[in-house]
Each structure stands twice: as structure tokens, then as C-alpha cells.
Design a protein around this ligand. Structure first.
Ligand SMILES: [Fe+2]
Length: 192
């Protein structure tokens, strides 16, 4: 039987902090609220009716052992290019929102932010500017097979290099040579 493929549409998060979560996603993703009531909210940052939604009930609580329990690690959103990713990093930094860790995955540059309840949101740009090329890289590159997680870096150092006019390819080479090491150990939000 042929599988008729549906298109990915939205994620819905259980929360005890509805107002705080909506405010955070407004700042990070630029979502707007389409509808909200006392316990729930549906938001979007594009033409879809909703992309990120929130449900809350009085029975929900935080998971003190979230790092060791199974579940979704992150959602991810892609900018048109590296410049938008860096500009957004700089904007959010002025608002006190900074990533928990940053990686060059080979196929993307990715900044991982932790929302107020410990769900990660990955903000990325495609290193090839072309999904066909980055898909090909993922499937066939020995480099990706050898290191599918990638290379950690310090976002301030990378943003500074970008603002100084260093070309993206040079920045990427420097990340891979560990010339922009993170100042603090990355918080991956997952037990090892
Ligand atoms: Fe991801």
C-alpha cells in the first residue's frame, strides 16, 4: 500500500507555566497567539493555523528526573540563512535568552535553547543552503558518519567573527578546528 504522506504541522506541549511559556516562544520564535483560554493556547509563526500549542491542567507537575526519562528532546526551526541565525542570537541575548549549547552538525549550524520547562528548541540554518545537498551530505558523507553530532562552539565568538566579516566557510573551518570552544560545558539536557 502506498503511504500518503501528511505534512508535519505542529507540536503541543504540556505545561504548568502557560503564560511564561507563551511569552518565551513569542520571544524566541516570534509566534502569535491565535486563541487562548484560561488553560490552553494555540500559537503560530507562519501561515498555519497553529504551530506550537500548550495545554495545562492542575494535575501537571515538573519531572525532576527529566534528563533521565524518555521523551522528546527538541523541536527545531530553520532560518533562511546563517545571517538570520546570528542576528536572532544577538537579539535574544539582549533579552536575556541564550543557548544552552551550540553545534555545527555538518548539515546545519544549530543553537539549542531551553524553554522555561526544559524543552529544547533548536534554531538552525542549513550549511548548504539547499535541502537536497544537506540530505546528500547526511546520507553519504564519511565525515558525518564519523561524527554525526558535530562540533561544539561558543556563540559569542562565532557571532563576533561573522560581524568582523569572516566568511561562513572560514567560520565553519575554525569551529571544526576548535578555535571557538564553548566558555562553559554544554548543557545537553540528556543523561549520559
Ligand atoms: Fe535537531
Amino acid at each position: 500500500m502506498t503511504v500518503i504522506k501528511p505534512v508535519f504541522h505542529h507540536v503541543t506541549i504540556k505545561t504548568s507555566r502557560l503564560a511564561e511559556m507563551v511569552a518565551w516562544y513569542e520571544k524566541v520564535l516570534g509566534v502569535r497567539v491565535q486563541f487562548r483560554d484560561a488553560n490552553n493556547a494555540w500559537t503560530t509563526n507562519d501561515a498555519a493555523n497553529h504551530r506550537v500549542a500548550f495545554l495545562s491542567t492542575p494535575a501537571l507537575t515538573d519531572d525532576p528526573d527529566k534528563m533521565r526519562h524518555n521523551g522528546m528532546h527538541h523541536s527545531a526551526f530553520e532560518y533562511a540563512g546563517f545571517g538570520d541565525l546570528i542576528t536572532s542570537y544577538e537579539r535574544m541575548k539582549t533579552e536575556g535568552i541564550v543557548p544552552s549549547f551550540c553545534l555545527d552538525h555538518g548539515l546545519t549550524i544549530s543553537f539549542y535553547y531551553k524553554d522555561p520547562e526544559g524543552n529544547f528548541v533548536e534554531l538552525q540554518s542549513d550549511n548548504f543552503g539547499d535541502w537536497a545537498k544537506s540530505s546528500e551530505f547526511m546520507r553519504t558523507s564519511p565525515e558525518f558518519a564519523a561524527n554525526p553530532i558535530g562540533y561544539f562552539f561558543d556563540p559569542d565568538k562565532v557571532a563576533h567573527a561573522h560581524r568582523a566579516g569572516v566568511a561562513f566557510k572560514e567560520i565553519q573551518q575554525a569551529i571544526r578546528a576548535n578555535e571557538y570552544p564553548p566558555a562553559t560545558p554544554p548543557d545537553l539536557g540528556i543523561a549520559m
